[in-house]
Design a protein around this ligand. Structure first.
Ligand SMILES: NC(=O)c1ccc[n+]([C@@H]2O[C@H](COP(=O)([O-])OP(=O)(O)OC[C@H]3O[C@@H](n4cnc5c(N)ncnc54)[C@H](OP(=O)(O)O)[C@@H]3O)[C@@H](O)[C@H]2O)c1
Length: 229
């Protein structure tokens, strides 16, 4: 049995990941922005108030884990936001917000929890295909693309530093998923959060212990293909 911590567990993919890991017997810590009575009712440890943009909140989480002598076999940086935008009407504060959550959030959380990671732990980053430079064929979505592209760099950079400790990193696209993040008109072709969580878990299960200098891969989890950076 392993211990898994998921950020952004209030709803969507993060919530489904918590339920799926719990259902197969792992010890799950759901790091939520708010409370989650529903996850608590399942017996999942809920850590409310974990805003990944807040140094104090993330430090507080690290302290509570240390005080309860909790160490992690798997950290999943899932929390994210997406704000629609268009050239000619860009909102630079919105772009900054997305960078705070999507780019600096996973860095802040991973750095704060370094001492909680087991020697052969894994760290997963749920970024997005939309952050791929090589796969960008349509433009638009400036804030989300920039923040997720930079999140990929955060993940690769951390992978090198984590690899020196034997900790493996993996970068994951969950596919298009019907959550609060997706538009109504996108949802009919989107997979459920439960299906996305199952595909992510299957990929994370395959991550091998790492060697120093190893490059992580950027996986389209449901399609089992590699996405160009
Ligand atoms: N849905 C898709 O098609 C899709 C595709 C590619 C990648 N992704 C990525 O998958 C991840 C999960 O997205 P989702 O579709 O499940 O979206 P979602 O339903 O909107 O869930 C996002 C979660 O992140 C939390 N969150 C937002 N800001 C936060 C912050 N500052 N600190 C901590 N938690 C915060 C939200 O909390 P609240 O509920 O309280 O706001 C929510 O629980 C994101 O990183 C997203 O970019 C999603």
């Amino acid at each position: 049995m392993s211990t898994v911590l998921v950020t952004g567990a209030d709803r969507g993919i993060g919530n489904a990941l918590c339920r799926a890991y719990h259902a197969r017997g792992e010890t799950v810590i759901a790091a939520c922005l708010e409370e989650s009575d529903a996850l608590r009712a399942l017996g999942i440890r809920v850590e409310p108030g974990v805003d990944v943009t807040s140094d104090d909140a993330v430090r507080g989480l690290a302290e509570r884990l240390a005080n309860s002598r909790t160490s992690l076999d798997l950290l999943i940086n899932n929390a994210g936001i997406a704000e629609r935008d268009a050239l000619g009407a860009l909102d630079y504060d919105a772009i900054r917000r997305q960078i705070e959550v999507n780019t600096l959030g996973p860095l802040r959380v991973t750095e704060a929890l370094l001492s909680r990671l087991e020697p052969e732990a894994r760290v997963a980053f749920i970024t997005s295909r939309i952050g791929s430079l090589g796969d960008n064929r349509s433009g638009g979505l400036y804030g989300y693309r920039i923040s997720k592209c930079a999140a990929n760099m955060v993940a690769v950079n951390l992978a090198h530093d984590l690899g020196k400790r034997g900790i493996a990193a993996v970068v994951l696209h969950p596919g298009m998923v019907a959550t609060a993040m997706t538009f109504d008109d996108e949802r009919h072709e989107a997979r459920s959060p439960e299906d996305a969580a199952a595909a992510l878990i299957e990929r994370i299960d395959r991550v091998e212990p790492t060697e120093p200098g190893a490059q992580p891969a950027f996986w389209h989890a449901p399609e089992r293909t590699i996405i160009p950076w």
